[in-house]
Design a protein around this ligand. Structure first.
Ligand code: DAT
Ligand code: MG
Length: 148
């Protein structure tokens, strides 16, 4: 089954949105495969956001993502990478549709509440950056017969 990396950013943690966000992915039918509260090091932040190194906002982005605890998660399910992106909404919360996480809870692009992998390649890369193999839990959930 497909896996993706999702992370409640420091603004989402401070604004008590961990539960609300976990609730949405649980209710959709996805399965939580790993989760931890952590503070991202400068090195991990630069690596994670490496594709944006040349962008003018890179410094601010790294400062922001390391500014407080994040809630890092691995979620599993059919088409979870794209579906989670759809549930998150557009990068800029001003453009994100109501009903999406960024549309419902965000105001500015710099504080857009949640990160999610954007492709199978980035999901694999980001899961590997944030989680050891022993931190990913493989188990059967009894509701899967009622979801698939
Ligand atoms: P996403 O998080 O939707 O995958 P992205 O990968 O293009 O978006 O950018 C990563 C993060 O960088 C994004 O969540 C918020 C920040 N960001 C993107 N564009 C920005 C901009 N124009 N100004 C400030 N921050 C920006
Ligand atoms: Mg991205």
């Amino acid at each position: 089954m497909e896996k993706t990396f999702l992370m409640v950013k420091p603004d989402g943690v401070q604004r008590n949105l961990i539960g609300e966000i976990v609730k949405r992915f649980e209710a959709k039918g996805f399965k939580l495969a790993g989760a931890k509260l952590m503070v991202i090091s400068d090195e991990l932040a630069q690596n994670h956001y490496g594709e944006h190194k040349e962008r003018p906002f890179f410094g601010e982005l790294v400062d922001f993502i390391t500014s407080g605890p994040v809630f890092a998660m691995v979620w599993e399910g059919q088409n979870v990478i794209q579906t989670a992106r759809d549930m998150m909404g557009k990068t800029n919360p001003q453009e994100a549709a109501s009903g999406t996480i960024r549309g419902d809870f965000g105001m500015t692009v710099g504080k857009n509440v949640i990160h999610g992998s954007d492709s199978p390649e980035s999901a694999e890369r980001e899961i590997g950056l944030f989680f050891g193999e022993d931190e990913i839990v493989s188990y059967t959930k009894q509701d899967s017969a009622w979801i698939y």
